[in-house]
Design a binder for this molecule. Structure first.
Ligand code: G3H
Ligand code: 13P
Ligand code: ZN
Length: 312
């Protein structure tokens, strides 16, 4: 199967009360770990690429890796998505360069500027058969080396969503309800909370419209423990409780973004392997368990959090 857009995936996910996993990819082992899990579980999947990933691996290597995964996975629906496109040029470059979906992240601009920028990307994307995710509201955390402090983050204002969707023509909308990017989402002792009331109000105003949740890693404590026991230092790394993500997936959230959990899974596997095998120096030896850890993480998300196993 060729690359697909997210249109069909989201329609079925919305109706079925589950979500599609959007996993960030940066190298071959990550692409393989994700797609092997999705393929075995027959789960539609979104592979997403950030500006940082394009800088690290180069656009052409990433698209060729995804092309290889598509060839390897038979008829599994796979979408290739630009994560957090900052401007029209980066979106155009990914649309021209073979992506099936792009995000234009105008959330740091004023409402009017966000609408104008998003509209411009939508016009170009739709003319080329590509779908667009927009964003309203700002998440805290680190993304593309830019740190948004918690006090500068802002929840999505539900009163703006109809006008935004109508004026821009976006295909999906990322909203801010209390998730954040990175592995330090809550302070120790702080009770993790998401604003499900905002999600409910947004979906009431946009019936049937797919909503996206960024910053949705759970930062599994058993893996943080492995990292810290094998020379790492990730004190107080805390993520979103999985139960909250399961609840969001049953509601209007059709796409759940996960990057940090993949990083944590790989780092735990590599640290443990090298600690236990100090004489080994063949990268295949430590990247094999790292790839297996990505696969196990994604399989767990698909089965126990997203609910999209068997939906391909
Ligand atoms: O939203 C941010 C993603 O986790 C991508 O992170 O910009 O370091 O590749 P990155
Ligand atoms: P996490 O840092 O929670 O994995 O979020 C990833 C993300 O939102 C990518 O866009
Ligand atoms: Zn994000």
């Amino acid at each position: 199967m060729a690359l697909v857009t997210t249109t069909e995936m989201f329609r079925k996910a919305y109706d079925g009360g589950y979500a599609i996993g959007a996993f960030n990819v940066n190298n071959m082992e990550i692409v393989q770990g994700i797609t092997e899990a999705a393929s075995e579980l027959r789960a539609p999947v979104i592979l997403q690429v950030s500006a940082g990933a394009r800088k690290y691996a180069k656009h052409v290597y990433l698209t060729k890796l995804v092309e290889a995964a598509i060839a390897d996975c038979g008829d599994l629906p796979i979408a290739l998505h630009l994560d957090h496109g900052a401007d029209f040029e980066v979106c155009k470059s990914c649309i021209d360069g073979g992506f099936s979906s792009v995000m234009i992240d105008g959330s740091s601009h004023s409402f009017e500027e966000n609408i104008a920028l998003t509209r411009k990307v939508v016009e170009y994307a739709h003319a080329h058969g590509v779908v667009v995710e927009g964003e309203l509201g700002q998440l805290a955390g680190i993304e593309d080396e830019v740190k948004v402090h918690a006090e500068d983050a802002s929840y999505t204002n539900p009163a703006q969503v109809e006008e935004f969707v109508e004026k821009t023509g976006v295909d999906s909308l990322a909203i801010a309800i209390g998730t954040s990017h990175g592995a330090y989402k809550f302070k120790p002792g702080q009770k993790p909370q998401l604003r499900f009331d905002i999600l409910e109000e947004v979906s009431r105003r946009l019936p049937g419209f797919p909503i996206v949740l960024h910053g949705a890693s759970s930062v599994p404590q058993d893996l943080v423990k492995v990292i810290n026991e094998h020379g790492g230092q990730m004190p107080n790394a805390i993520g979103i409780p999985e139960e909250m993500l399961r609840q969001a997936a049953k509601m209007a959230v059709c796409k759940i973004n996960i990057d940090s959990d993949i990083r944590v899974a790989m780092t735990a596997a590599i640290r443990k392997y090298l600690d236990e095998n100090p004489s080994h120096f063949d990268p295949r030896q430590y990247l094999s368990p790292a790839r297996a850890a990505v696969k196990a993480m994604v399989a767990h998300k698909i089965t126990d959090v997203l609910g999209c196993a068997g939906k391909a």
